[in-house]
Design a protein around this ligand. Structure first.
Ligand code: FES
Length: 238
């Protein structure tokens, strides 16, 4: 079973001048520099593999915030990790719809197969397993994600094959097109430094677009009464 303690500091932070410069670049993209905090925290994860105390202090120094303020944000969102994440972050949706469609079973199977619990990393450092709440892809339930790329209509067998391929270093593609990179590489993209592969695969899948396709085929449009009224219109009627 993997170690579940939370290391405060690794003592070998990789946050240096290059990262600080990129943090300043991110801050300069916004009218208010502090708006860049979320992408900056992704940048920290892309360098450190997690949110480290050194990363928090660097964000605070660049933005003129306190470490406590940055920490409050970093510990609020589940996408920011206090423990080191493996090469691949594997999420299994166990929210209601995915759970009853097989998500619970997939999560149990993967815990056993990988010999880890929730939010733990395999001994080889390859995979961090986490159960996720709704990924807004319920039409493909049960859904998994690898480094936030979707894997649709999963089964315990396809989930096991997926993690085996990741651990073996085989090339893995999301059914929606994206080639799976490492978690740190994905975090750099989320920080706002594109890798040039944003348009791999379709942006909307078949199931998601089924309603739109039907509406077009049958020439359906929204009824006029459903259109939003302006605030002024509603005031006049009061
Ligand atoms: S319940 Fe799993 S994606 Fe919505």
């Amino acid at each position: 079973m993997a170690d579940t303690t939370v290391p405060y500091s690794t003592g070998d932070s990789k946050i240096g001048e290059t990262t600080i410069g990129e943090m300043r670049e991110l801050a300069a993209r916004y009218p208010e520099g502090r708006s860049a905090l979320l992408p900056m925290l992704h940048l920290v994860q892309s360098v450190e593999g997690r949110i480290t105390p050194e990363g928090i202090e660097a964000c605070a120094a660049v933005l003129g915030l306190t470490g406590a303020e940055v920490s409050a944000v970093a510990t609020f969102y589940t996408m920011y990790k206090r423990r080191p994440v493996g090469d691949y972050h594997v999420g299994v949706c166990t929210n209601t719809l995915c759970a009853i469609m097989g998500g619970d079973l997939i999560f149990e199977r993967l815990k056993e197969h990988l010999d880890v619990g929730n939010d733990e990393t395999t001994e080889d450092g390859k995979i961090t397993l986490e159960h996720l709440e709704c990924n807004a892809a319920c039409d493909y339930a049960p859904v998994m994600m690898v480094n936030w790329e979707f894997f649709d209509d999963m089964t315990p067998e396809s989930a096991t094959q997926l993690v085996d391929d990741l651990q073996a270093g085989n090339e893995v593609k999301s059914p929606r097109g994206a080639t799976i990179c490492t978690w740190k590489e994905a975090e750099r993209v989320l920080a706002g430094f594109p890798d040039g592969r944003a348009d791999e695969g379709p942006t909307g899948g078949k199931a998601t677009l089924a309603g739109l396709r039907l509406a077009r085929e049958r020439n359906w449009t929204a009824p006029a009464g459903a259109q939003a009224r302006t605030t002024d219109d509603s005031r006049k009627e009061d």
